[in-house]
Design a binder for this molecule. Structure first.
Ligand SMILES: [Zn+2]
Length: 464
């Protein structure tokens, strides 16, 4: 299991010679990392960290925090409108069990359409949306709005795209046939004329195209081999934003940086773990996922993108619950259920690397720009905590799709935005303190084991 120590040490060893993944500006910042003392009570932005004992937490929280932390080391942290741009919420009872982990703390999450019955048309997408909303209502989970995507198949046509657009669906999800769970209805030959015609219409209509980018070659080379398809699509449809989902291979990074209309999502597991975690000691099927975890060098290059909140990447957990029995079976299922620990664990990783101030961009601001989202409503203000504001510098998106420079708007200005682009404002507060992760989630069909099951984390979300 990668922990902060291994992440930080591996990070040190990356140095600056991974030239294919580091641009000069970020490198310069990275050099300074070694000198940063995350335990210091002031940060280098000149923001005063607020001592935890000054904030108005409950007595129990304070006592717990005081045990874990020296007085100077524990600023609270505010995150606004967290977004998870890639998640598997499943259906039925599993949906009911896993949705709260996202809905409580995130403003929105992009739900994947590879269900048992894949969401191949607008009707299916809308009934899935209703199913999710039903669970939100039953469990009193307000201030969360699911974002939905339509599964790309060769049968998509203009009418279906119009129908999707009318219903506020803005994201198409492409699975190469056979690439992962639920991809049997996917596309076997992506660059064929039929699919290219669909993408031409989609570009015209302003859709965003999210792609699980893997070939059917050797498992460690699949993403790299798929790069040629990304390059061709990006070149052919220059006005369509194309998302390279769950980046796993550092060799994809130059392509991401070269093509203006390519973007990427990063998972928690790909930035914090490597193939060693799956195979290096005993075989650990809980860490088996697609795309496969790769080398420590891949992990560290991706971690660097996240820590620097590279403007072309946003957070997408790819949290993918499977029953324990399916994970442990022969031909076990691919997918890591990370939803219960996402935000505390990201805090730990960003803090350990002295980059806590970039977490707001990585977990929200970048996605708001990349996916053209609009935050509406008022969110809670916590006093005496550190919040890191968005710099607003995002020039390279100005000519793409329906990108908007000024995407965070107040509710009274929101009438110009169609309903689909809005996400509810949400503010969460992280405090230092011991957070014990669940060992498992029970469902009627069996257990689901989360990432870092039973582990103690050093940040927790303050419950309201
Ligand atoms: Zn996925």
């Amino acid at each position: 299991m990668a922990n902060d120590k291994t992440s930080a040490n591996a990070w040190d060893s990356v140095g600056l010679d991974s030239a294919d993944s580091v641009n000069a500006k970020d490198s310069a910042e990275f050099v300074n990392l070694a000198n940063l003392d995350s335990a210091n009570s002031t940060n280098r932005n000149g923001v005063d960290y607020v001592n935890i004992k000054d904030s108005a937490d409950s007595v129990a929280d304070l006592a717990e925090s005081a045990i874990k932390n020296s007085p100077d080391s524990a600023p609270d942290l505010i995150l606004k409108n967290p977004l998870d741009m890639h998640i598997h919420l499943r259906e039925g009872e599993v949906l009911e069990a896993v949705l709260p982990f996202s809905a409580r703390y995130f403003s929105s999450a992009l739900a994947m359409p590879n269900l048992k019955t894949p969401l191949l048309n607008t009707n299916l997408v809308m009934s899935y949306k209703a199913q999710i909303e039903g669970v939100l209502k039953t469990q009193n989970l307000d201030s969360f709005k699911p974002t939905l995507s339509l599964y790309v198949s060769e049968n998509l046509d203009k009418n279906e795209l119009l129908e999707a657009q009318k219903n506020g669906i803005r994201i198409l999800k492409l699975y190469p046939k056979g690439a992962t769970t639920g991809s049997e209805s996917g596309v076997s030959e992506i660059l064929n004329q039929k699919i290219m015609d669909i993408f031409e219409m989609a570009e015209e209509m302003g859709f965003i195209l999210s792609i699980h980018g893997e070939s059917n070659g050797f498992c460690m080379e699949r993403e790299f081999e798929f790069g040629a398809v990304f390059a061709e699509l990006a070149r052919t449809f220059p006005r369509m934003k194309i998302i390279m989902e769950h980046l796993s291979d550092r060799r994809s990074i130059p392509l991401l940086e070269r093509c203006p209309n390519l973007f990427a999502t990063l998972t928690l597991h790909h930035i914090s773990m490597s193939l060693d975690d799956v195979l290096g000691a005993g075989l650990n099927p809980h860490f088996f996922c697609k795309p496969m975890l790769k080398t420590p060098q891949d992990r560290d290059a991706l971690l660097e993108l996240a820590l620097n909140a590279h403007p072309k990447v946003s957070f997408g957990s790819d949290s993918a619950p499977h029953l324990e029995s399916a994970k442990l079976a022969q031909n076990g299922s691919a997918g890591i259920f990370s939803a219960p620990i996402l935000i505390p664990r990201l805090c730990e990783i960003f803090e350990a690397n002295g980059k806590l101030e970039n977490l707001q961009k990585f977990i929200s601001d970048n996605a708001i720009k990349i996916y053209d989202l609009a935050v509406v409503g008022d969110s809670v203000d916590f006093k005496d905590s550190v919040a890191f504001a968005d710099s607003g510098d995002f020039k390279d998106l100005s000519n793409l799709g329906k990108s908007r420079q000024d995407s965070a708007i107040s509710s009274k200005d929101s009438t110009n935005f169609s309903d689909y682009a809005k996400i509810p404002a949400k503010t969460i507060k992280l405090i230092k303190g011991n957070f014990k992760n669940l060992d498992s989630i029970k469902t009627r069909f069996g257990h689901i084991i989360p990432l870092l099951a039973g582990a103690n984390l050093s940040w927790k979300i303050q419950e309201k």
